[in-house]
Design a protein around this ligand. Structure first.
Ligand code: NAD
Length: 537
C-alpha cells in the first residue's frame, strides 16, 4: 500500500495576527534564534511604493494597499527560508491565506482587546485605527476577520508574555510540527505528534489546539502512580489542572465511570471549551473520549496514549465507547481528538504481557497492509520486545500512518476498508467473551483469531501455507498464543452470534490474500463454525 509522506516540509515561518499582537517583535527574536533572515511584508510594500502605509491608505485607498500587500507576500515567499511577518488584514484578502499555507507554516498571534489597546496606546500610525472609539473599531475588525483567522490552525495567545517567551514556545513546537502526521478529516483533521519525553510540549500544544485556562485529565491509578507527578509538573503552572484518577482495568470502562466523569466535569465547572485529556491505555482513552463526546454534546478531547496498543490503534480514529454487561463497546460515539501525543518512552514501564498485547495489533497492520513492515518485524521482534523504547518509534509511526490512511477513507466503517482492521477479531472477540475478558488480553485473543483467519484464508483466497507459517511463527515469537481454547462449538456459536459485527447469518470476515494484502468477504457463520469444528478435531 502506498502512502503519502507524513513529513511536513518546513519552509518559511509566517507570523500574522491583528495589530499589536507582536508579529514584528516575536519575528525578530525568532529569526535571530533560528539564524534566519526576518522579512516584514509591510516594509516591502513601503519600499516598493516609496511611501508609508498610512500615506498609501490616505492617497490610494485600502484596495490598492491590499493589491500591493499581496504582491509583497508573493515576493517574500519566493526568497530562501525566512521568518516572515505578514500584516493582520492580509489573511482576509485575495488568496493570501492559501499562498501563506503553501509557502510555510503560518502562525496566528492573538491577544485580548484590552492588551491590543494597551500595546497600541501610543501608536498613531495605524490607518485603520484613526477613530475616536478604538475599542469598538478593534472589536468590529476582529469580528470581520474571525472567519479567516479560524482557518489558521496554529494560534498563539500573546497576552502577558514577552516576545522571547513566545518565540521559545514556537521553537519548542516547530520540530513537533515538522514530524507530525496529520489525519485529514476536513474540519475535524488533527495531528499526531511523536515526541520522546514529550510531556514538556503539552502546555504549548494545548494552548495551540484547545486554548483554555482549565484542563481536566482522566487517568487511572497505575498511570497516575508512574507518571502523575511528571504530568503535574508540566501542566500545573500553565493551567487550573484537575486530575480524575479511576481504578485500573477494563471493568472501569462502563457507564458508571462515564457518569463519574460527568459529575466531576460539572463540579469543576467545565464549559464547552474545557479540554478533557485522556492519559492512559485504551480503556481510559475510550472512556474519556466517550465522556468528552457526550458532555455538553462535545468538549475538546486530547489523547496521550501510554500503552503500545493505544499508541498504534485505539487513540487514533475517533472510536470511543464503554462496555455494557451484555458486551464490550456496545455504547459509543465517533469523536475525534484535537491532537494525539505519542511518546514511546512510556512503554519502558509497560509489562511484557501488555507490550505483546500491543504487538499483536502491530502484526495485524503488517499482515493486512504492509509486507515490508512484516519483514521488519521478522528481523527485529526479540529486540523490540526487549527494549521497546530503543527502536519502536518508526514502527509505531508506520502503524499510525496505516490507521490514519484507513480512517481518512472510511471514518465510520461503512465502505469495508476500516473493517479490515478487524482481522482476527471475529473469533478473537468470541474467545474474549467466552473467557469473560479475564484469561486473555485483547492482543492474545486476536493473535489466536489471526492464526485462525489465516488458516481459513488458505482454502478461500489461496493464502499460501508458507506465508501461514511466517505469520504463525511471528506471532509465537512475540510471545502470543496461536491455538484457540477448546470450548464446545455451541459456545463459539453463541459468542459469534452475540458479537455486534454480525449482520444476519452472514458476517464480514477479514481474509488474507498474502502477507500485506487482505479482503473483507461476506461469509456465513456456519462456514466459520464448520472450519472451527474441523480445525479442532
Ligand atoms: N477505540 C479503538 O479504536 C480501540 C481499538 C482497540 C482497542 N480498544 C480498547 O482498548 C482497550 C485496551 O487497551 P489497552 O490494552 O491499552 O488496555 P488498558 O488501558 O487497560 O492498559 C493495559 C494495562 O496497562 C497499564 N498501563 C497503561 N500505561 C502504562 C504504562 N505506561 N506503564 C505501565 N502500565 C501501563 C494499565 O493501567 C492497564 O493495567 C480495550 O477496552 C479495547 O476495547 C479501542
Amino acid at each position: 500500500m502506498r502512502l503519502r509522506s507524513s513529513k511536513l516540509e518546513l519552509k518559511h515561518i509566517i507570523l500574522t495576527g491583528f495589530m499589536g499582537t507582536g508579529k514584528s517583535s516575536v519575528g525578530k527574536v525568532l529569526a535571530a534564534r533560528l539564524q534566519l533572515p526576518f522579512i516584514d511584508t509591510d516594509e516591502i510594500v513601503e519600499a516598493l511604493s516609496q511611501k508609508s502605509i498610512a500615506k498609501i491608505f490616505a492617497e490610494e485607498g485600502e484596495a490598492e494597499f491590499r493589491r500591493r500587500e499581496s504582491r509583497a507576500i508573493a515576493q517574500a515567499l519566493k526568497k530562501p527560508q525566512a521568518v516572515i511577518a505578514v500584516g493582520g488584514g492580509a489573511p482576509c484578502f485575495r488568496n493570501n491565506l492559501e499562498k501563506i499555507g503553501k509557502g510555510g507554516v503560518p502562525i496566528l498571534l492573538t491577544a485580548r482587546i484590552s492588551t491590543i489597546l494597551q500595546r497600541l496606546s501610543a501608536d498613531r500610525s495605524r490607518p485603520l485605527l484613526q477613530e475616536a472609539d478604538k475599542e469598538e473599531k478593534i472589536r468590529a475588525l476582529l469580528a470581520q476577520r474571525a472567519p479567516h483567522y479560524h482557518r489558521i490552525s496554529w494560534q498563539l495567545p500573546t497576552d502577558g508574555r514577552t516576545p522571547e517567551q513566545i518565540a521559545e514556545e514556537i521553537l519548542r513546537l516547530l520540530p513537533l510540527e515538522q514530524s507530525a502526521l496529520r489525519l485529514n478529516l476536513g474540519e475535524r483533521s488533527y495531528p499526531l505528534y511523536f515526541q520522546r519525553e514529550g510531556l514538556g510540549a503539552l502546555p504549548g500544544l494545548i494552548r495551540r489546539h484547545c486554548p483554555s485556562e482549565r484542563l481536566i485529565v482522566v487517568t487511572n491509578q497505575v498511570v497516575a502512580r508512574l507518571y502523575g507527578k511528571t504530568l503535574r509538573r508540566h501542566l500545573q503552572a500553565a493551567f487550573d489542572l484537575r486530575l480524575l484518577i479511576l481504578p485500573d482495568g477494563e471493568q472501569t470502562k462502563n457507564l458508571k465511570s462515564a457518569a463519574k466523569i460527568y459529575e466531576k466535569l460539572v463540579a469543576w465547572k467545565a464549559d464547552r471549551k474545557t479540554p478533557l485529556l485522556a492519559f492512559g491505555g485504551g480503556v481510559i482513552g475510550d472512556l474519556a473520549g466517550f465522556a468528552a463526546a457526550t458532555y455538553l454534546r462535545g468538549i475538546p478531547f486530547v489523547q496521550i496514549p501510554t500503552t503500545l496498543l493505544a499508541q498504534v490503534d485505539s487513540s487514533i480514529g475517533g472510536k470511543t465507547g464503554v462496555d455494557l454487561p451484555a458486551g464490550k463497546n456496545l455504547v459509543g460515539a465517533f469523536y475525534q481528538p484535537r491532537f494525539v501525543l505519542i511518546d514511546e518512552s512510556f512503554l519502558k514501564t509497560l509489562s511484557r504481557r501488555q507490550l505483546t498485547c500491543g504487538m499483536a495489533e502491530v502484526i495485524k497492520y503488517a499482515a493486512i497492509f504492509d509486507a515490508k513492515l512484516f519483514r521488519r518485524l521478522e528481523d527485529s521482534m526479540e529486540g523490540l520486545l526487549e527494549r521497546p523504547e530503543a527502536g519502536i518509534e518508526p514502527i509505531i509511526r508506520r502503524c499510525c500512518e496505516l490507521k490514519a490512511w484507513v480512517v481518512e477513507r472510511d471514518e465510520k466503517e461503512t465502505l469495508g476498508l476500516r473493517a479490515k482492521l478487524n482481522f482476527g477479531h471475529t473469533v478473537g472477540h468470541a474467545v474474549e467473551a467466552l473467557t469473560r475478558y479475564k484469561k486473555f488480553t485483547h492482543g492474545e485473543a486476536i493473535a489466536m483469531g489471526m492464526v485462525f483467519a489465516a488458516r481459513f484464508s488458505e482454502g478461500k483466497t489461496g493464502f499460501s501455507s508458507r506465508e501461514l507459517d511466517r505469520l504463525q511463527s511471528l506471532i509465537a515469537r512475540a510471545g502470543l498464543p496461536t491455538e484457540l481454547p477448546k470450548f464446545p462449538i455451541f459456545q463459539y456459536r453463541r459468542a459469534l452470534i452475540q458479537d455486534k459485527k454480525r449482520v444476519s447469518s452472514q458476517i464480514h470476515f477479514v481474509y488474507l490474500n498474502k502477507i500485506g494484502k487482505s479482503a473483507v468477504l461476506p461469509t456465513s457463520l456456519n462456514q466459520v463454525l464448520e472450519f472451527l469444528y474441523a480445525a479442532r478435531s
